[in-house]
Design a protein around this ligand. Sequence first.
Ligand code: HEC
Ligand code: HEC
Length: 377
Amino acid sequence: MRLRLWLGLGLSLVVVSFVLPRARAASPAPTGAAAPAKEPAWKAAIPLIPLPTPPLGSNADFSTLSFKVTPEKVRLGRSLFYDKRVSIDATESCATCHRPDNAFSEPTPHSTGVHGQQGGRKSPTFINEAWTIAPVFFWDGRASSLQEQAVGPMANPIEMGNTHEKVVAMIGAIPGYHELFLAAFGDDKVDLARIADAIAAYEATRMSGNSRYDRFEDGDLKALTEEEQLGRSLFLEKAHCAECHITGANFSDAQFHNLGIGWKASAAKKVGGKLTRDGFKDLGRYAVTKDPKDIGAFKTPTLREITKHAPYMHDGSLATLGAVIDHYAKGGTANPWRDPSLKKFTLTPKEKAALIAFLKSLDGEGYADTAPSAFPE
Ligand code: HEC
Ligand code: HEC
């Protein structure tokens, strides 16, 4: 009788100590106020959360990725993503330029890095990117994995301005991070490859789907209004947007096209009757391939959550969706390397409004997050 009582008590203690912390961890990003007395605030701010369920239409499936995504890795990656100590002067995190409120893009034409330095390109969103149809990252596709991509900004002098050695040493000197590495990788070694892997795992969990468009495609014919349905057919046919923004999870062909964005004819010279590439301040894909056909070509970006991050294009030069459509309607900006598949078209004001309404119907859910209120100590 006594033994059973003790056994019972012991068992319930085990249950309490194992189940309760897990239950706490499952609630989304608590503020830390409700944390139990002994737990440091950062642990409550960076809880272990089960992997999110991929939203309808996102095509996301963690088991198909070339790297492992686990709740422990995502927890570590989330902390690293929002931790400003990763930059040289502890002023910038990844989220400074990839803001959750802007679907992990930003509302400015260019990024501002450490010491207020201006970059020439806009920060693109990476939602649903883990399942891109071709692994090309950055506007010019110079990185071929999210991992390779993730460590670039840390050592970019005009982004986070740090060195990889210093980032590894800084993280390695924080005992709290050792706990997170141990849980994520089985031992607490801190290195660049693990940092990249954890950030990529976090990025993979930032998905977007279950938009009204996705529900319509899934058979709910009332999910789109009549106007949006008109916009959908314009997108597919008359305005031929889907040629490059292939409908589906990413709305991108992961290819590079010259739309004439950034072209300044006055900056180009004429040599032998031909305009030189000086008309482009940013040569885009050409800088990677040195293939003349890639001059001024940039990667087709996703259109998901498009309302969240105007101004548009790699240089943020088009302020509104209306301006974007006008650009396509005139067949892009003429230049010697313009993509031949761009064709002029005419939309009535009603049709233009419908196409914009359709683009807005791609706004979905699944990517939202907020920066943790505390970080490992
Ligand atoms: C100072 C602003 C800034 C910071 C800080 C920054 N980024 Fe970026 N990010 C950019 C810009 C600008 C680009 C596009 C650059 C290019 O194409 O050359 C970009 C591109 C990317 C892309 C490629 C997305 C795609 O569609 O190809 C990913 C992923 C990304 N950043 C993740 C991160 C991560 C992870 C961090 C933190 C380690 C980070 N960024 C820090 C501005 C920033
Ligand atoms: C020939 C391929 C192609 C076609 C056709 C095309 N796009 Fe694009 N789209 C791109 C590329 C490439 C970019 C990025 C260009 C750049 O920044 O220089 C882009 C950028 C955009 C952007 C800005 C996204 C952002 O995050 O800044 C929007 C919005 C957009 N396209 C909508 C449309 C619509 C609407 C249509 C149809 C009227 C269309 N596109 C047709 C290739 C295409």
